[in-house]
Write a protein that binds this ligand. Sequence first.
Ligand code: SF4
Ligand code: SF4
Ligand code: FES
Length: 328
Amino acid sequence: MERKEVAFRIYRYNPQVDRQPFYDNFKIAVERGITILRALNYIKEHLEPRLTFRAFCQAGICGSCAVRINGVSKLACTTQVWDELTGSGDDPILVEPLNNLPVIRDLVVDIDPVMEKLKQNYSWVRPAIAEGEMGQKEHCVSDGEFEAINAATDCILCGSCYSECSMTEVNPRYISPPVLLKAFRMNNDTRDTLGCERLGQVSGDNGLWDCAHCYKCAEHCVKHIPIVDGIHRLREEMFERHMTRSEGARHAQAFFDDIRSTGRLREATLPLRTLGVVKTLRMVPLAAKMGMKGRTPPFVVKPVPGIDRVRGIYRRLEANRAAKQGGE
Ligand code: SF4
Ligand code: SF4
Ligand code: FES
């Protein structure tokens, strides 16, 4: 069995005694096939008993061992040490707590912010049965119905996507990817009756429409769930349910209309169509400054060459949607 001395650089912080975080270095002999979690266990058992981290199932199921390894959020129990060796294999493997969550100690973060957001956003199914009938009656979901939410039910709430989300990083109040994924999963559960209420909640301030489409959540999901597809589906559902009064929905509608009519954005009127009169008036000083720098967007936008082909795409999408709705 291939064996090698591997260096680890591990984030340490005990808020009760440390003024600030620091990094500890360890070097241990590791065999090929060993996971980061087993290496952490070895360090804790043999070198530093105070090293603190979470783990339970050791099989990629409970989600408790998520940490950042070489800067990327992953499960320690399913990540091979060998896969994390960089350079000539002598560079230390960096192990840090998840981003965007408060550190309790060393590699352990407080996941209460995620749990609070799940609670606030109806992350459960409310079936259409009377209180007294709960548990008395079966609610069958067909294979086809389950297929629509199958991938989303794989979420183990490990927090990796939360840690990688660029919007959560700049705005801790942002609803966050795992909560949006749960909203998608619940809204597409055929037993559920909370669809509109949940959509209204998730699309409020710091919600659904603030997603920046960076795709980092989906790229780093430890279960490879297409989270952003779920986010897009929630947005589509808002239009299908005619919930189009929020700024986010109006912004999306304005983009949709502009591209269909000219192939370009009509930026000069975008704030008015998205934010309404009062908020747009507040932007007048900014518009004046932009005007002085010669950066005012044009009021008249000519269609791009080949606009008919763009409109053809819209016609085809609309025909597909009509056919799909007819077949349902
Ligand atoms: S796509 Fe949206 S939810 Fe996902 S990481 Fe980016 S900002 Fe966050
Ligand atoms: S969506 Fe993926 S990365 Fe995010 S919490 Fe669930 S399993 Fe973890
Ligand atoms: S210990 Fe359960 S997912 Fe890693």
